[in-house]
Design a protein around this ligand. Structure first.
Ligand SMILES: NC(=O)c1ccc[n+]([C@@H]2O[C@H](COP(=O)([O-])OP(=O)(O)OC[C@H]3O[C@@H](n4cnc5c(N)ncnc54)[C@H](OP(=O)(O)O)[C@@H]3O)[C@@H](O)[C@H]2O)c1
Length: 345
């Protein structure tokens, strides 16, 4: 098939760059428009972007002139990597104009008729788009917060076998999670910062929607209490999460490990261009996973689970998720692929 043109909005940011890199050689999509703030608009992409990823700016976009958000975008797909305030204003306008908008921002994640997707876990929630705002000729689909991408992926296979009651989660979050502006301003060397704005709230509110079930035009939330503590640590990319999962008495560390090891998403999801055969990797080595060693497995789309221990009804483990890929750029791309696979353009 001929490749579908997409616009990347926020293309110069940490997530936007990861997306531009992931779109290089993509079999279904081709980058037509790169959009950023007034600061960057009018400049060539390679001059405007402060590239923080391995390798260099993909040659096919290096000389592309950056547009600002007032540009009349013509692409059927918009991949949105801007902050939530701006997304709240712009994404419904794009949806009204008929674009399919795939968003990394938190603005519409909890909107009752906007899907909040991890395709391996809740691809069926895509059906919510049929109940979307009647003014939207297009649609909005969201992916979760970067830590939630790892947390809900890890909890998903467990909820298929047991009832979960409570999850304590302590996060050790990489600096690239703060975006390029945040990155420059953070006093992170020789430091741990015991608070990240808005993060604990997202960890509490997003997983119950992702793990819940469809009932007509809404998702019934999965009733689990999540008790988060979020820390910024001096790691470049890759968020680590320490979990204590409480649930049914027959949930043991051995059985939980088996549930993670045996987890296979539906074949059609695994076969999407950004899909991975086995999205959860289980570690038995006591000192894994580690961000520096393991975050890039499966082009950054694999979620790692290790240090599995505990007792009946109470399982402890460590989860690693690549915040910029599985938690952002790869997630938004997988959602766009899922949409095109279900409703071809
Ligand atoms: N970083 C992560 O790990 C991560 C993970 C999941 C989700 N997210 C979410 O993804 C979104 C982007 O995050 P990020 O980390 O990539 O942020 P970032 O590095 O700060 O990048 C922000 C991007 O937005 C652009 N922008 C700023 N103001 C704009 C305006 N008025 N009009 C158009 N574009 C504008 C910036 O362009 P200029 O370069 O021209 O300023 C830049 O391209 C946020 O909603 C964030 O919460 C981030």
């Amino acid at each position: 098939m001929s490749r579908i043109p997409v616009a990347v909005v926020g293309a110069t940011g940490a997530v936007g760059q990861a997306l531009v890199a992931a779109l290089h050689g993509h079999p279904w999509f081709t980058v037509e428009a790169l959009v950023a703030s007034e600061r960057s608009a009018g400049l060539k992409y390679r001059d405007a972007v402060r590239w923080v990823l391995p390798g260099s700016v993909p040659p096919e976009v290096a000389d592309r002139t950056i547009l600002d958000v007032t540009a009349d975008l013509q692409t059927p797909i918009i991949l949105s990597c801007i902050d939530a305030g701006l997304a709240r204003e712009l994404e419904p306008q794009w949806a009204q104009r008929g674009h399919r908008v795939f968003s990394n921002a938190s603005a519409f994640r909890l909107h009752p008729t906007v899907p909040l997707l991890i395709p391996e876990v809740n691809a069926d929630h895509y059906a919510l788009v049929q109940y979307r705002d009647s003014a939207w000729k297009g649609l909005i689909v969201t992916n979760p917060n970067c830590c939630v991408a790892g947390l809900a992926m890890a909890l998903g296979p467990l909820t298929k076998r047991w009832s979960l009651e409570r999850v304590y989660v302590t996060t050790f979050q990489a600096v690239s999670g703060a975006g390029l502006q945040g990155l420059a301003a953070l006093p992170i060397a020789d430091n741990v910062i015991p608070w990240i704005a808005g993060e604990e709230e997202k960890l509490q509110k997003e997983p119950p929607k992702i793990l819940g079930w469809l009932q007509g035009a809404r998702v019934v939330e999965y009733p689990v209490e999540i008790i988060p503590s979020c820390y910024r640590v001096p790691v470049r990319h890759g968020h680590t999460l320490a979990l204590v999962i409480e649930g049914d008495a027959d949930m043991t560390p051995e059985r939980a490990a088996e549930a993670w090891r045996d987890f296979r998403p539906p074949d059609w999801v695994r076969q999407l261009p950004s899909g991975v055969g086995q999205p959860i990797r289980v570690w038995t080595e006591v000192d894994r996973p580690q961000p520096a060693l393991d975050r890039d497995e499966g082009q950054g789309m694999v979620v790692h689970v290790g240090r599995i221990r505990g007792q009946a009804g109470r399982v402890l483990c460590t989860v690693l998720v690549h915040n910029l890929i599985r938690g952002a750029a790869g997630a938004v791309l997988l959602n766009a692929e899922l949409s095109v696979s279900l409703n071809p353009l």
